[in-house]
Every structure is written in structure tokens, then in C-alpha cells.
Design a protein around this ligand. Sequence first.
Ligand code: SAM
Length: 432
Amino acid sequence: MSKNYYIETWGCQMNELDSERLSGNLKLRGYQRVEDESQADLILLNTCSVRDKAEQKVYSRLGRLRELKKEKELKIGVCGCVAQQEGEQILERAPWVDFVMGPGNVGHLDAVLEHGTRVAIEFPEDRNYDIVAVDRTSATKAWVTIIEGCNKNCTFCIVPTTRGREQSREFESVLDEVRAAVATGRVEIELLGQTVNAYRCPKSGRDFGALLSAVAEIPGVVRLRFTTSHPAEVNESMIVAMRDHENISRYLHLPVQSGSSRILRRMKRLYTREKYLETIARIREAIPEIHFSTDIIVGFPGETEEEFQETLSLIEEVRYGSLFAFKYSPRPGTPSLRIGEPLDDEIASERLQRLFDLHERMKKEKLESYRGRVVPVLYEGPSRNDPAMLSGRTDDYWVVNFHGDPATPLGSILGVRIDSAQHHTLRGEAVA
Ligand code: SAM
């Protein structure tokens, strides 16, 4: 009997990694992956609920899959954050769905399939990390979860509901997974967690800085990254680990969400504008070449023009290389629903545009500053837009498309002379 599965992934890197783990588990059970859903015997939707009308999107996708299920024998599983958020309701509204499984149960897909479980949304103590059963999509890079869940309870955020309380993995188990990934040629490691720098080994109490250093010192780890850091969890040990290990990327994603201390308090972000800027200054002092990126929410309930201006001035002050900004999106059950209504959509869109315009100018200047320089680039494969070119990333995580020898082994570090800056990327030529 054929066993084909199709998996669709929405959302963040954590969801991407969850899909790699689900996929690895299925392959060990003899399933084969197909890219055409009509050929599948099992369809998994790995969903995200952090913004927008995520639930509606999933129900409308399920409506289309219902038609497919009429034509053939097919199992449908809804996984990820919408599964956790909606739980049993999914089975009520879409009874053709076979099971609903939250992010805490990714390591237990076997049991769900074997026992015919219909709803698996508890957060088990043992997350069952099978470090072999990860079907990694990149040949050069491996994502490794170090901490699950989040205890921060930002008032806008659904993550504590969908991913549960913080739970760090054991130090040694993380190192084992990194070693296993390196042994298969993954030279770039990205440590993952919703609040990655809140990591504490449950056995020894060692913190994130200690883990960063230990991973960076594993032979074969050419580049080390991590996401997402919470500004209130940045400490000396993390900064020192980054400063002292050249293979830790000179890139830090540090979501600020707003430049106004009043809004930050209402978001329950646990820092003020001043404290955030102090943290940025401390990191820059230790690692002057660092590329900062951030997330911003525009139009949080009650955000005034003046408060929005504070966000613009913070962006100018920090001079982020990269920036991700979103309109506030009310999420079910989050405390921000009690704070007030979202801003008028037209005003929020107009603010978002002003913010992007400001950042575009800054990013252009930053990218232009690379022109003429020779920078080390980790080669990842052919360029997506022009397969005749090679593609990779700098130490500070800019994408570089360049002319070079296509026989270069994946994962090599090459010197590339930058000769132009595109919209989001750099272009150049490999040099001897
Ligand atoms: N845990 C990380 C943190 O606290 O910074 C990131 C979580 S989330 C997956 C990524 C980004 O989505 C957040 O940094 C935030 O900017 C945005 N986001 C989360 N909830 C949102 C909401 N209700 N409306 C709009 N944007 C939201």
C-alpha cells in the first residue's frame, strides 16, 4: 500500500522546523513526501495563528481539501498553532478532519497516527526530540530548538496559548543534536526559541550565553545564529559569548515592537524605550559591526501619532539593517482585547507605509556601504532568481548573489567583492 504525505507550512522558523520533524518521523515510518496534494494519503497543515485571520484561512483551506477527500481515501491532520488555539472546534466545524495536533505534540506524531487520537493539544513533559528523525530542507543549515513556549505574556501575543509555558531542553541534548547535524554537512546552526535567550538548562542551570559558547566551539560549526531574542533577557554572558566567538553571526534580531514607553508598558514588554536603547548601545560597544533587525507592531490600541513618531525616531536612532513591521491584529483570548479597539485600518496602513519608507532609505545606505569591499560569504547554493549565479550570506547575514565557480562545495566560505547593492541583497564576484 502506498503511503504518501503532503505537508504545508505557514509561519515562523519554529513551524518550519516542526514540519521537518513531522516529515522526518513519517519518512522513518515508510512514508514518501509528495508535492502534489492530490497524490497524498495523508495531508498535514502546519498552521500559524500569530496574525491576520489565521483561523479563517485554515477553514477555507480545509473546505477545499474536503472535495479531495470525497474522491479518495485520505487522512487530514491540522497541526501547529491554529490547531492548538481551536482544538476540538476544528473537528466540529470540519468533521472530515481526522486529527488536530498542537505544537507540543510534534514528537508524538507516531502515537497520534497509531492510536487514532483525534485531539492532541496537551503539552507533554517529554517533547520527544528524535534527533535523527529531522528531514532537514537545507543542505548547509540546521535549525535546532533549545527552548519551547514563552512565559512573557505580551498582551498582543497568542504564542503563550499556542506553544505553552517555557521549557528548555537539556544542554547536552542540544549539543548532541548540533553534532549530529554537523556530521551530515550542516555547517550553519540556528538555535530556535520564542524567547531563545531565556534558555536555562533544566539540570545544570547554565544560561544562554554558556550554551552559545558551547555550540560555537563544536568543531565544524562554521556559523551560528539564533532567534528570537527578547530585549529584557539580553545579559552580559550572551554579549560576551557573541563577542568572543567569530563564528557567531554578527546579526541580532531584537524585536522592539514600539518606540514609545507608554505603548511598551501596555504591551507588557518589560522594558522601556530608554532601556532598549541602552541594551543596543551595550551590544554595539562590544560588537561594533553588528547588524540589528527588529519587529514592530503599528496601530496597537490607542497608539497616537505622537507615540508612532517615537517609533520612527527609535528606528532612526538604532539604524536597523532589517525590519519587519505588522499592523496590530487582535488575537483571540489575548489581554490586548481589553485594552481597546485596533486603530482605524486606513491610519494604520498609512503609518506602516511611512515606517517602511523611512527604513528603505536607511537600508539602501547600509547596503551601499558594502560596495567595493571584499566580504566572507557562506555559499548556500544557486541564486533563486538567477541560477547562473551563486548565493550565500555575509557574517552579518546579508544575502549576496555572486559570480563564481559552481563546483564550489556547499558550505564553503568565499571572499566576494561587492560591486552593487540591489533592493534587499548585494551582488558581486568571488575573488581568489
Ligand atoms: N517571541 C518573539 C518575540 O516576543 O519577540 C516573536 C514572536 S512572533 C512569532 C513574531 C512577531 O510577530 C512579533 O515580534 C510581533 O512583532 C508580531 N506579532 C505578534 N503578535 C502580533 C499581533 N497580535 N499583531 C501584530 N503583530 C504581531
